[in-house]
Design a protein around this ligand. Structure first.
Ligand code: A4P
Ligand code: MG
Length: 177
């Protein structure tokens, strides 16, 4: 369920807990992920940061990715949150090229605690989440008991059924970026 907090007398603020997946495979990847996390802090409260993972690229041949995830508590709804993420991508120098191609920064809304979303622009959980160890590994760092809201399957079990050999945790990187 969405946490609902009381602010002042009789005012209720609805917040959303969202897992944002971060990926970069061009430039100074770690610095870019850290800058993105700092920008995300302006949209709410970062409740947790994952480890960073060095990952084999999925898609056309391209450099390896650095992937991570954060758990963000925000008062933004899903669509405004996506707009805010696209804005951060732009500011951090992402140039849109081929689908699945290399990028300085990619921000995806992977999952919402207790909610789903489906519109022309935005589908949550992210449609590819269940096939992607590079997204599931960091997600489980920040939301260890997360489940697919459609069928209730634990993402931990989903990850266990995938080949995650291309996802290498960077030692000591948990919450340090
Ligand atoms: N969109 C729909 N649902 C969402 C969502 N849940 N979160 C729409 C974010 N966006 C969502 O996304 C295009 C549009 O998808 C958005 O504007 C939004 O309206 P994009 O990220 O700009 O497009 P893209 O990345 O070129 O294509 P695509 O298919 O979304 O790529 P992905 O899924 O983002 O994957 N390999 C490794 N190892 N690590 C990676 O991080 N990332 C990708 C990109 C490919 N291979 C990778 C990695
Ligand atoms: Mg994307």
């Amino acid at each position: 369920m969405h946490p609902v907090r009381r602010r002042g007398k009789g005012t209720f603020v609805v917040t959303l807990d969202a897992v944002i997946g971060l990926g970069a495979n061009l430039g100074d990847r770690r610095a870019t992920l850290a800058s993105a996390a700092r920008e995300l802090e302006t949209f709410g409260r970062l409740l947790a940061r994952s480890s960073l993972y060095e990952t084999e690229p999925v898609g056309p041949p391209q450099p390896r990715y650095l992937n991570g995830a954060v758990l963000l508590r925000t008062e933004l709804g899903p669509e405004p949150l996506l707009a805010a993420l696209l804005d951060v991508e732009k500011r951090l120098g992402r140039v849109r090229r081929e689908r699945w191609g290399p990028r300085a920064i990619d921000l995806d809304i992977l999952w919402l605690d207790g909610a789903t979303h489906r519109s022309a622009e935005l589908v949550i959980p992210h449609p590819s989440l269940r096939e992607r160890p590079f997204a599931l590994r960091p997600l489980l760092d920040v939301a260890p008991v997360a489940r697919d809201p459609a069928d209730g399957i634990a993402y931990e079990a989903v990850l266990a059924s995938l080949d995650a050999s291309g996802v290498l945790e960077i030692p000591g990187s948990r919450a340090t970026w």
